[in-house]
Design a protein around this ligand. Structure first.
Ligand code: SF4
Length: 718
């Protein structure tokens, strides 16, 4: 049969895949009859894949898959009984305690169609905006910053910009490991165009080792670095005054403070932990190049000042008039394959579908479109707040889909306790073995990658069809279908979708309707509204905004190149940091001197693993490099912490309340105030709890994204 084109399940690069069957079956019963390679026609990867992507078929050989709905006792249920039970429990809970006593916690693994139905169900019909997603842990600081600066959650650029830039600045991003195929494009551009690569990271990562300039700034110092850069641009007469004057607002609110910071570069360099020569080299490269592209990832986002830091970066690009230009601007690297698709349909608790907020006009439009009376009237609880509410007993019924918060959220031991105590927990999953699935009162078998069909949107706003190519195992169903059945059982209309194509078409029509009412918004899928199922099934990768059918298949589109932004004035906004620099004087670093045995911990992805390893932990070839949790630190730290290379260390939270274990590795490339550890491990795949036990729950006040990085912890020998 014909090859099937789909997309990778792992990261926001969104590589296209070609899956070939060498059996004659319509849908293979076993992946043994399949081969997979990169899709040479896909604009994200042009046929290339990374090691994880190449081994995707091995991820299907899960040791244990969930094949039918079941209760915590193990008693099987049929789908009808399961969805009626969920409908009854949610209905009773809302009747007794109000709409905000229930919640949905979603995942960047869901397809846009799943996300859309979940949001319609909760925000439209349950009347609660308690719908958040693990994307909150990933890029919500970038979202908030783009909303503040541009008026909308829009990544202006595209991947082609990485090939057209004169200078690429990667900040808080180990792209070589986390977005490998895009990094290969960057390295190729370096070779062919001679573009300069600057990496800003406290750690000498695999990415930093390829940089022309590595600025190993102190953890948490990136905000000051970019505020200083704006001051340097002003000090050295590099500003694009015409652009600032005609297309932005608020410059005067940021420039004085910026020039105070850049006033003495020696003092600034000292505060940043770099040499003055390195600092000037970076500032000179940035200010003297016509095309600078800055891409940020979790090192910026997962910080309690992540939104301000991202705005400080955007401020510099606005000051040069470099937003949405070829090879220039700000780019947010997204962690998950469909984090952006989730945002489009209102996957975050703080927004409504199609990039709408909670104004009365926006509520009215959505209520009318969904014919649901009224939608939720205020933002719901973001991830950390949501599970706090579960712990406090304020949320009494929660449905978790395709994610493992018991491992992935900070202070994760509290999450397990909260779910254990919660009166009603539903988990939709592929496998019953995740730490979260084990706490479900009702466990629903979800179709996984390879089985389900729908769309995802990658970091460059490109929508790609994900297509099923094996028969669903057992009674596994799409998440949108399970949600719709519960909605129908609760008596709600508008959920009798015949297929995923109908859901996508409805969403595209909504985006068109929103765009007609709010023409300054740039998100628009109007050209995809009314697609037939056949057109949807053959939809080629298409970048939004797509306003007409003629634009289907378009690529390399930039937004805001016309300097018309989505704000009410049409002008981009310079944003000043909320805190003064005196208050931002790296309080974690300073506090270290007062707490014995305390060090800053950085946690992040390792090259070959994915999230909490539920999809990759059983693949021997991916575990071969790093078979157990490891903690890397500089050899000079061994003695003061009484640690021995090769032995185990205990990583405790700063309060000493909980800990995990890891084997000590020496890495003299690391700074002497920072240890580094993978975020992936949990008791499911090792003998110890995950590192997030030791991570505190503080979050950015604007984006509500937890500050996973730069955490003070205690290290003890075992
Ligand atoms: Fe998959 Fe990302 Fe690797 Fe591409 S770069 S193959 S999307 S994990």
């Amino acid at each position: 049969m014909a090859d099937i084109q789909s997309s990778c399940a792992y990261c926001g690069v969104g590589c296209g895949l070609t899956i070939s069957h060498y059996s004659s079956q319509t849908l293979a019963e076993s992946n043994l009859s399949l081969t997979l390679k990169g899709d040479s026609s896909h604009p994200a990867n042009f046929g290339h894949l990374c090691a994880k992507g190449e081994k995707l078929l091995l991820s299907l050989e899960q040791p244990n898959t969930l094949r039918y709905p079941k209760l915590r006792s193990g008693k099987p249920l049929d789908w009808d009984a399961a969805t009626r039970l969920i409908a009854d429990k949610f209905q009773q809970t809302i009747q007794q305690h109000g709409p905000d006593s229930v919640a949905l916690y979603l995942s960047g693994q869901l397809l846009t169609e799943d996300y859309y139905v979940a949001n319609k169900f909760a925000k439209g019909y349950l009347k609660t905006a308690n719908v958040d997603t693990n994307s909150r842990l990933c890029m919500s600081s970038a979202v908030s910053a783009m909303q503040r600066a541009f008026g909308e959650d829009v990544v202006p650029g595209c991947y082609q910009d990485f090939e057209q830039a004169e200078v690429i600045v990667l900040i808080g991003a180990n792209t070589a490991w986390t977005h490998p195929v895009l990094f290969q494009r960057i390295l190729a551009a370096k070779q062919t165009n001679g573009c300069k690569l600057v990496v800003i990271d406290p750690i000498s990562t695999a990415t930093a080792k390829q940089a022309d300039l590595h600025l190993a700034v102190c953890p948490g110092a990136d905000l000051r670095l970019f505020v200083g850069l704006l001051g340097y641009l002003a000090d050295n007469h590099c500003l694009n005054h015409k652009y600032i004057q005609n297309h932005t607002e608020g410059f005067e609110t940021v420039v004085d403070n910026a020039q105070r910071v850049s006033g003495c570069l020696a003092t600034l360099a000292d505060a940043l932990g770099v040499s003055k020569i390195e600092l000037i080299e970076f500032y000179h490269l940035f200010s003297s190049s016509k095309k600078v592209l800055t891409a940020s990832c979790q090192g910026v986002n997962q910080s309690v000042i992540g939104t301000d830091t991202t705005n400080a970066i955007i401020n510099c690009h606005l000051a040069l008039g470099q937003v949405g230009q070829e090879g220039a601007g700000f780019f947010s690297l997204t962690g998950q394959p469909n984090a952006m698709g989730g945002r489009e349909v209102g996957g975050l608790a703080t927004q409504l579908a199609s990039h709408m907020g909670f104004s009365e006009q926006e509520q009215a439009l959505l209520s009318d479109f969904w014919q649901c009376g009224h939608v939720a009237t205020k933002p719901g609880l973001a991830a950390v707040e949501m599970f706090d509410a579960v712990a406090k007993g304020n949320i009494k019924a929660i449905w978790i889909m395709g994610t493992n918060p018991v491992v992935s959220l900070p202070e994760s031991d509290k999450i397990a306790q909260a779910l254990s105590d919660c009166p009603f927990v539903v988990v939709s999953e592929v496998s019953p073995d995740s730490d979260t699935a084990k706490l479900a009162d009702v466990l629903l078998p979800a179709q996984g990658w390879s089985e389900k069909c729908g769309t995802v949107t990658n970091s460059e706003r490109c929508i790609t069809r994900q297509r099923g190519f094996i028969a669903p195992k057992g009674q596994a169903k799409p998440d949108w279908w399970a949600l719709s059945q519960v909605a129908i059982n609760m008596g709600f209309s508008g959920f009798d979708y015949p297929n995923n194509a109908a859901i996508f078409s409805e969403f595209a029509l909504l985006s068109q309707t929103v765009n007609q009412a709010f023409p300054h918004k740039r998100f628009n899928l109007g050209g995809l509204a009314g697609l037939t199922k056949a057109q949807y099934d053959t939809l080629p990768p298409t970048q939004w905004p797509v306003t007409t059918q003629q634009q289907i298949g378009q690529q390399h589109q930039r937004v805001f190149a016309d300097a018309q932004f989505s704000t009410s004035s049409g002008k981009a906004q310079f944003i000043a940091p909320a805190n003064s620099f005196e208050a931002l004087n790296h309080h974690e670093v300073n506090s270290l001197h007062r707490k014995p045995l305390t060090l800053l911990l950085n946690s992040g992805r390792s090259r070959d693993q994915w999230h909490t390893m539920t999809r990759t932990g059983h693949i021997a070839s991916l575990r071969a490099n790093v078979p157990e949790p490891t903690l890397s630190l500089h050899s000079r730290l061994l003695k003061p912490f009484k640690l021995v290379a090769g032995e185990l260390a205990q990583i405790q939270s700063a309060t000493g309340s909980s800990f995990s274990l890891a084997r000590v590795l020496v890495d003299d490339d690391l700074p002497t105030n920072l240890a580094n550890m993978s975020m992936h491990w949990s008791e499911q795949f090792s003998l110890t709890k995950g590192v997030n036990q030791a991570i505190d729950s503080r979050f950015d006040p604007v984006s509500k994204q937890p500050g996973f990085k730069c955490q003070p912890v205690r290290l003890l020998p075992v």
